[in-house]
Design a protein around this ligand. Structure first.
Ligand code: AMP
Length: 544
């Protein structure tokens, strides 16, 4: 017998309609790429999204067509997402931090028919345009006065594009499984692969994001997603904020510590989210300027492992709760969140930190398990490391155009490419990317654990650990360190700091000091680049 409840399709434009009806005047504030602070609200955004939809429809953009966006977090970018998706087309976020030929490859692979871009990328777009085979027209996310002079064919200013379009344009009708968004993974091996989100998966993602032990967003929050909309759906915030009526503060292109901290204070931001590298800069700025974070209550840190010392500074010095989280583009991206379970409430702070350090536990809607090389499930004992596999309604079941099929198994599990442990309380701890884990004498060493400890040394700004060849042990860890400006540290200082905190056989064989560590387009340490740079490196006892 079937239930007798309505078949109410989960469509993301219903989220912006809901916001327009119930949180019409709730502000969306943008630090515009053109410079000034701009203010709008959900009521206006919903109307203008319909105008985007009408304008695209008029240009012949249809169900399933891809529309690229090369843009920062702004109200116009948000309107574009809802407008594109509202006619059943697919917003395709392009990461401007990639090399131009990578961006062109991705836009061509996706077959983008139009490209919306911020004025800050005008020169980049002019350079890309001759190589973009499928793009028919370009929309600069600005008004006519700021329309770039760059040589871009079929260019129109966004405000002209939507001017005069019907404010009550009717959304198109389609199934909730219709594709809605496309985002390519960084593709450190092989070509980038596209995660293709559906209306249903994004709506469920937003509902998951709103729950208290996930992002815990409420209508009383003011949320500033530092994480860009081009990095895995801005971790769901672009949907969760209008769903709850939270005020949305969009930082535009200025993601440095001073600009972010100014917005936190001026807009009374209560919640924010970004990768650890962003917080390295922001915390250094706070330390130097003596400023505080008076309104901020909660910060979500993920995308790369969050060091223990970072959690401690936020929580002890600034009184801001840290939620360490893990996810992936292929998971829309929420996977686990490190909120504390009730049974740990009375633990001393240092012990609580042991749990907060872990990548967290999955919300309802994310299933996970660890397996061995033969795909046999491994124990959830907090010790055994295995390949991490996931399932859920907002997890990819295939890549765009069937690429990378090997990552999906017959039982519907997606292989994350991460190595992890799961404990009996449900907390997951990432050991490493499978390709970054250091294989020493048949055992695994977690580069992430050593990095986290190394950045706990007061003079260390950033640290990376890679495996280098060793004649006896196969691989041994090399610790690469960037020292904070004006500070000094020796190899002995760093090793003394690690001693006793990790097993002796995990101790790095050598420490090298560098000026900077390279980062990927999504703010992760680029281990491939470091491995290339240190390919010829010989460890002290490995001369033979
Ligand atoms: P992306 O798809 O660019 O978001 O990258 C996803 C990958 O980033 C994951 O598979 C992990 O390897 C890594 N990652 C994300 N969050 C964390 C975290 N909190 N700790 C360690 N690694 C993380």
């Amino acid at each position: 017998m079937l239930g007798l409840m309505q078949d109410w399709p989960l469509l993301i434009h219903k989220i912006i309609d809901h916001a327009a009806l119930y949180y019409r005047e709730r502000e969306v504030v943008t630090r515009a790429p053109e410079g000034p602070i701009e203010r709008t609200n959900y009521g206006e955004i919903a109307v203008r999204a319909r105008q985007v939809a009408a304008a695209l429809d008029k240009r012949g953009i249809k169900l399933g067509d891809r529309v690229g966006t090369l843009a920062w977090n702004t109200a116009r970018h948000l309107e574009s997402w809802y407008g594109i998706a509202g006619i059943g087309a697919v917003y395709h976020t392009l990461n401007p931090r990639l090399f131009p030929d990578q961006i062109a490859w991705i836009a061509n692979d996706a077959g983008d028919r139009a490209l919306f871009f911020d004025v800050t990328f005008a020169e980049l777009v002019a350079k890309l345009a001759p190589h973009l085979k499928t793009v028919e027209f370009y929309v600069a996310l600005t008004d006519r006065a700021h329309l770039p002079k760059a040589d871009i064919p079929n260019l129109v200013a966004y405000e002209d594009f939507i001017a005069g379009m019907p404010r009550d344009f009717a959304w198109k009708e389609f199934d909730e499984h219709t594709a809605c968004g496309l985002c390519y993974t960084s593709g450190t091996t092989g070509n980038p692969k596209g995660a293709l989100y559906s209306h249903r998966s994004n709506t469920l993602l937003a509902m998951i994001a709103c729950s208290t032990d996930t992002l815990g967003l409420s209508g009383r929050d003011a949320v500033l997603p530092v994480v860009p909309m081009f990095h895995a759906n801005a971790w769901g915030i672009a949907f969760a904020a209008p769903m709850t009526g939270a005020k949305l503060v969009m930082p535009g292109p200025r993601l440095d510590g001073a600009s972010l901290c100014a917005l936190f204070a001026e807009e009374k931001v209560t919640m924010t989210a970004a990768v650890p590298t962003v917080w390295l800069g922001a915390l250094q700025y706070l330390e130097q300027s003596g400023k505080t974070l008076p309104y901020l209550k909660k910060v979500l840190i993920g995308g790369a492992a969050c060091p223990r010392s970072m959690i401690e500074i936020f929580e002890k010095k600034y009184g801001v709760e840290v939620i360490h989280s893990w996810g992936m583009t292929e998971m829309s991206p929420l996977g686990t969140l490190g909120t504390l379970k009730a049974k740990f409430a009375d633990l001393p702070y240092e012990k609580k930190l042991d749990y907060k350090m872990r990548q967290g536990h999955p919300p309802f809607g994310v299933e996970m398990r660890i397996v061995d090389a033969e795909n046999r499930e491994l124990p959830r004992d907090g010790k055994t490391m295995g390949k991490l596999k996931v399932r859920g309604p907002a997890v990819a079941k295939a890549y765009f155009k069937g690429e990378g099929a090997a990552a999906f198994d017959a039982e519907g599990w997606f292989d994350t490419g991460d190595v992890a442990t799961l404990d009996s309380d449900g907390y997951m701890t990432i050991t490493d990317r499978a390709k970054d884990v250091i294989k020493s004498g048949g055992e695994w060493i977690s580069s992430i654990d050593i990095e986290n400890l190394a950045v706990g040394h007061p003079a260390v700004a950033e640290a990376a650990v890679i495996g280098v060849r060793h004649p006896k042990w196969d691989e041994r860890p090399l610790l690469i360190v960037v020292v904070k400006p004006g500070q000094t540290a020796s190899k002995k200082d760093i090793l003394d700091h690690l001693a006793g905190k990790i097993a002796t056989w995990w101790m790095p064989d050598e420490v090298v000091f560098v000026d900077a560590i390279p980062h990927s387009a999504t703010g992760k340490i680029q281990k491939t680049a470091l491995r290339e740079r240190f390919a010829e490196f010989r460890l002290p006892d490995a001369a033979g």
